[in-house]
Design a protein around this ligand. Structure first.
Ligand SMILES: Cc1cc2nc3c(=O)[nH]c(=O)nc-3n(C[C@H](O)[C@H](O)[C@H](O)COP(=O)(O)OP(=O)(O)OC[C@H]3O[C@@H](n4cnc5c(N)ncnc54)[C@H](O)[C@@H]3O)c2cc1C
Length: 414
């Protein structure tokens, strides 16, 4: 069976669903094909920085996101002894016109999915539609789809967008075997724990350094029980061999990684106790891929992780997919010809996202922790002022904000 739609979006992840909402806002017809037969609450925490929340607020989603998320107040950096290195206000608390949200990936996906179904109709997202190949000719592009029962179907449109994540079938078709994962040398164990509020109750914490074990910890749901506890997301990052291939849902074992964090009993948080009380633990290698030379082939293009998988060290994986979606919809609305619109989209986004991929490798915001680790020889300090000046500290955040496109100056521009 063949059905038609102007834009065919492959993947109902964060980027694909945002694109559907952006296209709808621009009056462009689309359909979203998703491989999974159901969309469960998969993943753990994601941070949405103000450049992403600006776009989501423009789509009318700020209130729904605020209800599901924790509105982040600050980013705080500690060494592995629990000593404070720096605190920086976040989102509106830093003077941005938009908030920063810390949110469960499943909650973010549900907010987007509900909005897509409300606005585009209940059939706008077709589950159990795994794209296996895209074929195009001079007048159309067709996604060939396989269903769980082994049957197949086709959906034809003007354009196909591969928003199908790190294992993108569309990227594989466009680039063959050249887009291979690149392991950084660090494994990540991610989990969520119901836990009492710590620090401001809305602090995004980065602590320690990769060589001896680093953690990222932040709450993603408020008031999850009668005691007013939160759901806290944490990621432990530890140097070592790559244990497994990329699988977002692979369970992990606490004993495989707790060693470096076993004595992290801080007066503001008992880290090993929080880890041991986890609801679930997932294991994932810290990998990215070298930036691609092109994303677009005629009527077919890529978006989000399919186009630019990056290491999660700057809270920009979801954000850059959300920015891609805004840019693609704007070019399709402004330029009737699909070939020129996709080229304009690629010209705007490929280089910008490549810079983020490469900066995340060497100088993401947590490079501040590396600098303190190096200068102190991984020992406690008397006073952070003996280690670094406030100007030096603030330069780390500023340079990353410039590269990733969310400096206050950049977001002040219309
Ligand atoms: C199950 C899962 C859990 C994740 N957990 C986290 C997390 O905890 N923290 C974090 O920072 N990031 C997580 N991510 C990645 C994060 O969502 C992305 O880095 C980011 O949001 C960019 O979104 P995206 O839309 O490009 O990709 P994704 O959000 O990964 O979405 C891709 C979508 O495409 C679908 N898909 C894949 N192949 C096909 C196909 N052939 N045809 C049709 N559909 C297809 C997938 O099922 C998925 O729904 C997770 C991704 C997934 C899929």
């Amino acid at each position: 069976m063949t059905t038609t739609s102007r834009v065919i979006v492959l993947g109902a992840g964060i980027g694909g669903l945002t694109l559907a909402l952006e296209l709808h806002r621009s009056g462009i017809d689309c359909v979203v094909l998703e491989a999974a037969p159901r969309l469960g609450a998969l993943g753990v925490g994601i941070n949405l920085l103000p450049h992403a929340t600006r776009n989501l607020a423009r789509l009318g989603l700020e209130d729904d996101l605020a209800a599901a998320a924790v509105t982040t107040r600050e980013s705080a950096f500690f060494n592995r002894f629990g000593q404070l290195i720096a605190r920086e206000p976040a989102g509106r608390f830093a003077g941005y016109p938009w908030p920063q949200f810390s949110i469960h990936r499943g909650d973010l996906q549900q907010v987007l999915l509900r909005a897509v179904r409300d606005r585009l109709g209940p059939d706008a997202v077709r589950l159990d539609h795994r794209a296996v190949r895209v074929i195009q000719d001079r007048s159309s592009a067709t996604a060939h789809v396989r269903h769980e029962d082994g049957s197949t179907s086709e959906v034809r449109g003007d354009i196909v967008v591969g928003a199908d994540g790190v294992h993108s079938a569309v990227r594989a078709q466009l680039h063959g075997d050249t887009a291979v994962p690149r392991y950084t040398g660090y494994m990540m164990w991610r989990g969520t724990t119901v836990w009492p509020r710590f620090l401001t109750g809305a602090s995004m914490v980065r602590a320690g350094w990769l060589a001896t074990g680093k953690m990222v910890i932040y709450p993603i749901r408020d008031d999850v029980n009668a005691q007013g506890d939160q759901l806290v997301n944490w990621v432990a990052e530890v140097e070592g061999p790559m244990l497994d291939a990329r699988d977002w849902n692979r369970p992990g074992l606490i004993e495989d990684f707790i060693g470096p964090f076993a004595d992290w009993h801080f007066d503001w948080l008992d880290v090993p106790a929080m880890i041991r009380a986890a609801e679930e633990v997932l294991e994932y290698p810290m990998v990215d891929q070298d930036p691609l030379g092109h994303w677009t082939d005629g009527r077919v293009t890529l978006l989000g992780d399919a186009a630019h998988p990056m290491v999660p060290r700057g809270s920009n994986g979801a954000a850059q997919a959300i920015l891609d979606a805004g840019a693609l919809a704007a070019h399709l609305a402004a330029i009737g010809d699909p070939y020129r619109a996709l080229s304009a989209y690629e010209a705007e986004r490929l280089e910008a996202t490549s810079r983020v991929v490469l900066t995340n490798r060497v100088n993401p915001p947590d490079a501040l922790l590396r600098e303190v680790f190096d200068r102190t020889g991984d020992r406690p300090f008397e006073d952070i002022a003996d280690v670094m000046t406030p100007e030096e500290i603030s330069r780390f955040g500023e340079s990353y904000r410039d590269v990733a496109g969310f400096s206050l100056t950049a977001l002040a521009q219309p």
